[in-house]
Design a protein around this ligand. Sequence first.
Ligand SMILES: N[C@@H](CCC(=O)N[C@@H](CS)C(=O)NCC(=O)O)C(=O)O
Length: 236
Amino acid sequence: MTYELWYWNGIPGRGEFVRLALEAGGIEYRDCAREKGGESSLLMNDLRKNRKYPPFAPPYLVADDMVVSQTPAILLFLGERHGLAPEGTKARIWVHQLQLTIADLVVEAHDTHHPIASGMYYEEQRDEALRRAPDFRENRLPKFLGYFEAVLTQHEGWLVEGHKWSYADLSLFQVLDGLQFAFPQRMSHLAQHYQHVMALHERVAALPELQGYLSSDRRLPFGDGLFRHYPELDAA
Ligand SMILES: N[C@@H](CCC(=O)N[C@@H](CS)C(=O)NCC(=O)O)C(=O)O
């Protein structure tokens, strides 16, 4: 069976957390919204399908008769089916918790540039963004990084002790990549304090399973998505 992944074409966004898991797991999938010229109507049409269990928003994964949306739920599903997380309730729920915490961080990073409304242009909420970003840089970002640093300090290299990488490690890599893109000054200042976190970023980037993907054009660059670089929102 080949999974169908649906996510907006042109930005890595939340789709990338799913892509990384599929790619690192060697799992076959179609990136449906990027096929046939990649017009946004492809995804819009699929979203309009009359489904009994519809997704609220992309990303979502179609697997036989199931449609799974919500990034952490998709990863929970793939993790169980393909061994991308350890087995057993305790470990499974632990990885899920980590993924939900990563999802919280993603929302807060996004809200630095869109603090008022996702549907408005950045320029329309720039003043509010300028007020919001310093708290993220100075308080929230160190709190999240400190949390993952503490977890990694107790485990051996990966977020789940005794397991190889899990999907949460891949997602943490992606968030760190996005944060380095969006807040290069702040992240380079903080790097010295979160050495285990930064080492995890390097370790995932070097995974043999991901080399083909990371150097391919399937891996999209950041741009106008969740992680955006506005120099005025960054500072050491
Ligand atoms: N909690 C959801 C959020 C999904 C989401 O916000 N998707 C964005 C793209 S990254 C979207 O298209 N949202 C449309 C909307 O919220 O109306 C998840 O983790 O997957």
